[in-house]
Design a protein around this ligand. Structure first.
Ligand code: MN3
Length: 245
């Protein structure tokens, strides 16, 4: 696509201004908005960054298609519907909305927790996985994991345990906590780590919709397979961004 010099200039000025405004509100939000650049306010379903079958054999194409096109799409649609009469909230960065969940009117608060959480959690989740990935992290993330958990193996066991112990539907997460330390947590339903001041670096969806078609009741097999698609590059980007913010 051809764009002229004036268009390019006005685009970059607008971009810088938007970042500056966001930075004024809260540096960590500015980073998050930047990292989640395909999650604009107004709540739209981001494109899956790879084909439905790209994570095979670990996660099957039909699961990915239903998970993204139906489940995630429904969270987005329900969030937009819930906030249709609250245009000032509809304009917000969805992460900011979750961080400030106590300012959301009581009548729609739980709907925002469920569907705003679902939207943000899944937007992260798609990028936290990638084809031809898995293995172990390197660099700063690897050092931070070793320092927090003793070793990569201990971290891996810890996150897998949290995923297995989550009763019913929810998530297990590696987060950066308020003190700037790595921590493993688990959240129920679509509760977002951002609501409790945690910054998610890596998360696994253990709702049955994430694995049932291929793994049925065998959540342990899904969790084990999922490690083969972890996108450590994105985990490192998130970590670096949070540390800078
Ligand atoms: Mn899900």
């Amino acid at each position: 696509m051809m764009i002229n010099r004036r268009q390019m200039l006005s685009r970059s000025v607008a971009g810088v201004a938007a970042l500056a405004v966001a930075a004024e509100i809260a540096p960590s939000i500015a980073f998050a908005a930047d990292a989640l650049a395909d999650m604009p306010p107004g709540f739209t379903l981001p494109k899956l960054p790879y084909a439905f079958d790209a994570l095979m054999p670990h996660i099957d194409a039909q699961t990915m298609e239903i998970h993204h096109d139906k489940h995630h799409a429904t969270y987005v649609a329900n969030l937009n519907k819930a906030l249709a009469e609250l245009p000032e909230l509809l304009k917000k960065d969805p992460i900011e909305l979750l961080k400030q969940i106590d300012t959301v009117p009581a009548g729609v608060k739980q709907t925002v927790i469920n569907n705003g959480g679902g939207h943000v959690n899944h937007t992260l989740f798609w990028k936290m996985m990638a084809p031809n990935s898995g293995g172990a992290p390197s660099g700063d993330v690897a050092a931070a994991i070793d320092s927090a958990f003793g070793s990569f193996d201990k971290f891996q066991t810890g996150l897998s345990d949290a995923a297995m112990k989550r009763f019913g539907s929810g998530w297990a997460w590696l987060v950066l906590n308020k003190e700037g330390k790595l921590e493993i947590i688990s959240t129920a339903n679509q509760d977002s780590p951002f609501m409790t001041g945690h910054r998610p670096m890596l998360g696994i969806d253990v709702w049955e919709h994430a694995y049932y078609l291929k793994y049925q009741n065998k959540r342990a097999d899904y969790v084990k397979a999922w490690w083969n698609v972890v996108n450590w590059k994105y985990v490192a980007d998130l970590h670096a961004g949070y540390m800078k913010a």
